[in-house]
Ligand binder design. Sequence first.
Ligand code: URA
Length: 433
Amino acid sequence: MRMVDLIQNKRDGVRLTREQLYFAIQGYTKGEIPDYQMSAMAMAIYFQGMDEEEIADLTMAMANSGDTVSLAGIRGVKVDKHSTGGVGDKTSLIVVPLVAAAGVPVAKMSGRGLGHTGGTVDKLESISGFRIELPSEQFIRNVNDNKMALVGQSGNLAPADKQLYALRDVTATVNSIPLIASSIMSKKIASGADAIVLDVKVGSGAFMKSLEEAEQLAATMVSIGKSLNRKTIAVLSDMNEPLGTEVGNALEVAEAIEVLRGGGEARLKEICLVLAAHMTVAGGAYPSFEKAREALEGILESGQGLATFRKFVEAQGGDPGIVDDPGLLPQAALQISVRAEKEGYVQAVDAESIGVAAMLLGAGRARKEDAIDYSVGISLRKKVGDPVRFGDVLAVIHSNKDQNQDISGKILDAYTIGEDRPDEVPVVHRVVQ
Ligand code: URA
């Protein structure tokens, strides 16, 4: 077999067989197929697309390109969750303890943030002492004991995806539904889940800017899951404005604790309950979405989710004191108010701009090797639909820098204030299963 023939086939619209896809992916992982040939293949896929069988085969080839995690030592149906990435997205910190408190085991591997989107692993590292790496026996033991553990993705999980993703990033081939769907699903399959709930974000702060694109991506991933015998459900959720009120690592941990205490923003709580309900139904804890949702509201109100979160933090070496006193989390030296310069209603808060502003403060990375300042970020005091008077505080910047005028300007620009109260956009658009 020669890679050049496979590229030519794909270029001309001829479908690739399982053997051909394994040949390409294995060869690329081993360094036998060079970047330039894989780039040409990615571009051919970008233009020609792939059918469902090809996407499932590509997913499996990438899932099998490195280590695969066995969760056989964990009792019950193991349910995983994945978000396609957003700004202020701390849902895992809330959803996983709720699902675990309902008795469904979650053995989750999460990523770090890059660019304007945050990652769960970075948020957890803002807790003093918290370990995101556990020996595999302890990972399994923690899930059996407390129904949850959350660690960073192992270095050799789906290495083909890691290489291909980096290549796509610099060859204008990221935005291809077969490539995104196989990339996400290969990591979920390699990390051993029986069922997968996907939170596909839609809007200015997300990869998928339109509902149509997001629906297509969701349907593709659900179909990959089906053909690989993993129950997969995709929830399409809004990412035009940041999720919740806090953007930044320690700030988001504190906000997640607030929700687990029964408080927090209604939209954030809503998406968390919807995701948790689908996960617990997939895990066999409840017979229907409605029953699951009702039970989870009870779990939230009774504080069982918070108790599970506390045990989880302690089991991974973190200071459980932050649960009772989030003031123990890292705090920035300066708090600077950004004030409204006109009156009206908030029409939009551009998620991507807020994400970039938080990154510039040091909450995220512009490059992989950048260090993170866990204490910094942005608290949004006004969200879409809120009335605003001249001089009202729109947001508070938590900073350790002396100069913050640029950041203030960016945040002010992210707000659109107009005369009329905008129609409410639901946080959950629809569910694909
Ligand atoms: N997230 C991934 O893991 N892969 C993609 O290709 C896009 C988003």
